[in-house]
Ligand binder design. Structure first.
Ligand SMILES: Cc1cc2nc3c(=O)[nH]c(=O)nc-3n(C[C@H](O)[C@H](O)[C@H](O)COP(=O)(O)O)c2cc1C
Length: 145
């Protein structure tokens, strides 16, 4: 059987979570995500930064659409804006059910931080964002975090 084509969806949104509760809520989101994304063969990364989320979701069209419908109904964020939704030849985050980066806590690579901050204000293309995220994720993996 031929493998179904892969898609990548990137969106940004505004968090509605009270900042003091953010870490706990994000833990809950990631706990759910890592189980259900594994079952649906979804991979990706979730970024949180100063009241915003940005998420890259990779998987088959059906799975990406189904997950995004659920995510859009989630009251923990609003003002969801899709930045990219395209077929892709392969996954970037293939080892991650949902990687996570708290941009505000990340101090090791200021240049990448600047790029991510710029990405959050929509000034970078989806592709550059994915590259920047992938670089940071792989760095983190290299540090054994
Ligand atoms: C910013 C954000 C990102 C999320 N990412 C995922 C995800 O990647 N996978 C997932 O299963 N749920 C994710 N969720 C949680 C879903 O919105 C939803 O709460 C969860 O899938 C449980 O859905 P259910 O109550 O319909 O079973 C995310 C929620 C938020 C606010």
């Amino acid at each position: 059987m031929p493998t179904p084509p892969l898609y990548r969806l990137i969106y940004i949104s505004r968090s509605t979570i009270d900042p003091p509760c953010l870490a706990g809520e994000v833990d809950r989101i990631l706990g759910t995500s890592r189980v259900s994304n594994h079952l649906a063969a979804i991979s990706g990364i979730l970024l949180a930064s100063r009241g915003h989320f940005c998420q890259v979701i990779e998987g088959t069209l059906t799975h990406v659409e189904r997950l995004f419908e659920t995510i859009q109904r989630d009251p923990r964020h609003r003002d969801i804006a899709v930045m990219e939704f395209v077929p892709v030849p392969k996954r970037v985050f293939d080892h991650w059910e949902m990687a996570f980066l708290d941009i505000d806590c990340l101090t090791s690579d200021r240049e990448s931080l600047g790029r991510l901050a710029a990405a959050a204000s929509l000034s970078l293309s989806g592709r550059s964002m994915v590259d920047a995220f992938a670089r940071l994720t792989h760095q983190r993996a290299a540090f054994g975090d």
